[in-house]
Design a protein around this ligand. Structure first.
Ligand code: TYM
Length: 634
C-alpha cells in the first residue's frame, strides 16, 4: 500500500506532509522590538495561526513539498513584506538600519521556530530505521540482524538523563560568548582553567618533571640525571581521574561473570573516569558504547598500540556493545612538527604537493585498519572510520559544537601548544572529542545523544577527553567514561613509551621472530645485576626489567608471573633467562597477530568502514548478564 504524503510511515516516522502540517500550526508572533508603524490590514495578514485559512497561508494544490515551502515562506514572508513597505517612513532606508532590522527579525523568528521544532517529536530518519531497508551485511562477516525499530529503542530509557537546566532551556541567546546550552546551564563556566598552571606538585628529588601529552611522553629525572620513569599515581591525581580499586574490579567480575583481563587485574589499566557509571548501566541493561582510536603515524602498529585494542576487543566481547574506532589521519598530518621528517617522507613517496603527504597519512591509516581488524572485534557491532574519509553530516555538526567550547588558551594549557603551532592542531581536539557523542553516529544511535561512550586508551590521550567531558555538560550531552592504561615502555626502559618513529624503541607487529629476539636481546633494559655474580648475590628488580614488564602485559598465567618475579629477585633466574621467556611470549603474540592480519581482506576493510551499515545499539538483556555470573561470585 502506498502512503499519502502526510500519513505516518509504517515505522511511525513522520512524513514531509506531516511535518508541513505541524509547521503550519505554529503560532509565530510578529517580530518584536521593531519600531515600525504598519497598516493594520497588513499586520493581521502577517500573523500566522492555525485558524488562518490555508489559502491565505499559500498552502494548497502543490502537495507536500509546496506545503513545506509555503509554510517556510509564510514564516519568512512578514519580513520581506515589511522590508519592502515600511509604512510611514518616506524615502529609502539607510542600509545599516535595514540590515539590523533584518537580523533582529530573523533571530526572533528562528528562535521561536527552533524552540517549537525542539518540542515536536520528530522521528528517527527512515534511512536508519526503515523497516524494509535491505541489510548490508557482508556474507563472511556474520549475518546477525541489525537495526532496531523506534519502539524497541525508545524502551531503553535512561534515568540519569539530561540535566534539568538543559531540558528546560530558559532563553536562547545570540551573544558572542554564550551558547544556547551555556545560557541554560547554571554553571556556564568551563571547569578547565584558561591560565597556565604548573603541572602537579613537584617531588623534592625530581630535577625534571614528567611530561605526558598525546604528543610527548617523558618520565621524571632526578638530580643525578637518573630516569625515574613515569609516576602514574601523580599523573592520575593531576588529571583528576580515579585509581581503579579492588572494589571496582570485584564489581566488574560480579556483574559480567568474567575474570578481569590480565591488563586490568595487574594494573596496566589502572585509572578511570566514571567507569562505575558504565557498570551501573550494564547492570540496568542501559545502552553505552565503546570508542577508541589510532593516529596512523607508521604503516605498522607497534606492540604498545596493541594494548588498548586487545583490551577493547575483550571489553566488547564481555559487554556486547557497539564500538567505534577513529583513525585520526588528519591529526598525524597536522601534528607532525618535524619538517625534515616530512620532507624525507615526501621524497620516499615521490610526493610533489602537500596533498600527496596528506594522502600518505590516509593510506597508512588504511594499513592500520588491517592491524586493528586483526585484534578480533565483533564485526557486526564495530564501525571503523578515517577522519579524512568520513567527517561530515551529523559528525561534523558535533565537531563544530565542540570546537566552539575550546579556547586557544585552554589548548595551550592542556596540550602545551604554542603560538607557532598551526591552527589545525588547535582545532583537532574537537575532532577527537566528537566520537564521544552518540548522535555523531546516526547509523547506530539515530538522533539519540544520551548514550555515553566508554573510552579505553593509554593515559596520554586523557587531555582530549578532559576537554570533551568539560564541554559535554555545556552541550547537553553525556560525558564519556574512560579507562586509562600505563604505557608499554620503550625497550630502553620505563622512562618513556614505545615510539613508532624510533625503530629500536619498539617491537612492531610486522617484525619477524628473528628481529624480535635481536631487539630484546640487544636493547631491552635489564633490572638484573651488573655481573652474573652480583645478580646471584643481590638478585634483580623485575619492576624495572623490561623483559619482565613486557611479559606482564601479555602472559595470562598469574602464577607464572609470580614465580618469575620471585626467582629473579632471588637471583636464581638470570637476565638472559628472563629475556628468553619474554622473547618466546612476544614471538607467540606477534605470530598469532600476523596470521589474523594476513586473513583480512579488502571486503573486510570495506565492511568495517561502511558508514551506511546499521548497527544494533541495544545492550544485552539484563537477565543474560545475571545468568553469566558464576554462583561463587553471586
Ligand atoms: P596513537 O596512534 O598514538 O595510539 C593508539 C592507542 O595506543 C595507545 N598507546 C599506547 N598504549 C600503551 N603503550 C604504549 N606505548 C602506547 N602508545 C600508544 C594510545 O594511548 C592510544 O590509545 N590521537 C590518538 C588516536 C585516537 C584515539 C581516540 C585514541 C583518536 N581517538 C580515542 C584513544 C581513544 C592517537 O594518535 O593514538
Amino acid at each position: 500500500m502506498s502512503l499519502t504524503p502526510d500519513q505516518p510511515s509504517k515505522s511511525g516516522a513522520m512524513t514531509p506532509g506531516g511535518i508541513a502540517t505541524e509547521l503550519s500550526k505554529l503560532d509565530l508572533p510578529a517580530p518584536s522590538g521593531l519600531r515600525l508603524s504598519l497598516p493594520d490590514k497588513q499586520n493581521s495578514k502577517l500573523k500566522l495561526n492555525s485558524t488562518s485559512p490555508s489559502s491565505e497561508r499559500g498552502e494548497g494544490e502543490g502537495g507536500p513539498i509546496s506545503a513545506i515551502s509555503s509554510a517556510i515562506s509564510s514564516v519568512f514572508s512578514p519580513i520581506s513584506t515589511q522590508t519592502d513597505d515600511t509604512g510611514d517612513i518616506s524615502g529609502p532606508e539607510p542600509e545599516a538600519l535595514t540590515a539590523a532590522r533584518r537580523k533582529a527579525r530573523s533571530e526572533s523568528v528562528s528562535e521561536q521556530l527552533s524552540t517549537t521544532l525542539a518540542e515536536m517529536k520528530l522521528p528517527q530518519p527512515e534511512r536508519i530505521f526503515g523497516p524494509n531497508e535491505p541489510e548490508n551485511n557482508s556474507p563472511d562477516m556474520g549475518n546477525t540482524k541489525q537495526g532496531v525499530n523506534d519502539d524497541d529503542w525508545a524502551k531503553i530509557k535512561l534515568d540519569d538523563d539530561t540535566p534539568e537546566a538543559v531540558k528546560e532551556p530558559k532563553r536562547m541567546t545570540h551573544s558572542r560568548h554564550t551558547s544556547r546550552a551555556d545560557a541554560a546551564l547554571p554553571n556556564k563556566q568551563p571547569t578547565i582553567k584558561e591560565t597556565h598552571e604548573p603541572s602537579g606538585s613537584s617531588t623534592p628529588n625530581v630535577a625534571k618533571e614528567q611530561k605526558v601529552t598525546p604528543f610527548d611522553v617523558e618520565g621524571e629525572v632526578d638530580a643525578e640525571g637518573k630516569d625515574l620513569g613515569i609516576d602514574y599515581d601523580k599523573l592520575t591525581k593531576r588529571f583528576g581521574a580515579s585509581l581503579i580499586s579492588q572494589d571496582v574490579l570485584d564489581r566488574f567480575e560480579r556483574l559480567t561473570g568474567q575474570k578481569p583481563h590480565p591488563l586490568l587485574r595487574r594494573g596496566t589499566f589502572y585509572s578511570h573516569r566514571d567507569f562505575n557509571l558504565i557498570l551501573d548501566r550494564y547492570e540496568k541493561g542501559q545502552p553505552f558504547y565503546l570508542y577508541t582510536g589510532r593516529g596512523p603515524s607508521s604503516d605498522s602498529m607497534h606492540m604498545g598500540h596493541l594494548i588498548p585494542f586487545m583490551f577493547t576487543a575483550y571489553l566488547q566481547r564481555v559487554f556486547n556493545v557497539p564500538l567505534v574506532i577513529q583513525l585520526t589521519d588528519d591529526e598525524k598530518y597536522l601534528l607532525e612538527r618535524d619538517v625534515k621528517k616530512q620532507a624525507e617522507i615526501m621524497k620516499k613517496i615521490k610526493g610533489k604537493k602537500p596533498i600527496d603527504l596528506l594522502r600518505h597519512y590516509k593510506k597508512m591509516g588504511q594499513d592500520n585498519v588491517k592491524d586493528i581488524i586483526a585484534c578480533g572485534f565483533i564485526p557486526e557491532k564495530t564501525f571503523i572510520f578515517s577522519d579524512l574519509a568520513h567527517v561530515g553530516g551529523a559528525f561534523y555538526e558535533n565537531v563544530v559544537l565542540m570546537a566552539k567550547t575550546i579556547t586557544q588558551s585552554q589548548s595551550r594549557n592542556v596540550f602545551g601548544f604554542t603560538d607557532s603551532d598551526n591552527v589545525g592542531m588547535f582545532h583537532f581536539a574537537a575532532v577527537q572529542a566528537t566520537p564521544s557523542f552518540s548522535n555523531s553516529f546516526p547509523q547506530i544511535f539515530g538522533t539519540r545523544d544520551d548514550v555515553p561512550a566508554l573510552i579505553p586508551c593509554a593515559i596520554d590521550q586523557d587531555p582530549y577527553f578532559l576537554l570533551t567531558r568539560d564541554a559535554a555538560d555545556r552541550l547537553g550531552y553525556k560525558k564519556p567514561a574512560l579507562l586509562h592504561s600505563k604505557f608499554l615502555p620503550a625497550l630502553q626502559g620505563a622512562g618513556t613509551k614505545m615510539s613508532a618513529s624510533k625503530e629500536n624503541t619498539a617491537i612492531f607487529m610486522t617484525d619477524d621472530s628473528k628481529k624480535i629476539a635481536k631487539k630484546i636481546k640487544s636493547h631491552a633494559f635489564s633490572g638484573g645485576g651488573a655481573t652474573q655474580e652480583e645478580h646471584q648475590k643481590n638478585g634483580g628488580d623485575p619492576d624495572v626489567d623490561i623483559a619482565y614488564q613486557y611479559l606482564s602485559f601479555f602472559e595470562e598465567d598469574d602464577s607464572r608471573m609470580v614465580k618469575l618475579a620471585q626467582e629473579y629477585r632471588a637471583g636464581t633466574l638470570s637476565t638472559s633467562e628472563m629475556k628468553a621467556a619474554c622473547i618466546d611470549k612476544i614471538q607467540e603474540v606477534v605470530a598469532e597477530f600476523q596470521k589474523n592480519r594476513a586473513a583480512v581482506t579488502d571486503e573486510n576493510l570495506a565492511y568495517f568502514q561502511d558508514s551506511t551499515r546499521k548497527i544494533d545499539p541495544r545492550p544485552r538483556a539484563k537477565e543474560s548478564a545475571e545468568a553469566a555470573v558464576p554462583a561463587s561470585a553471586a
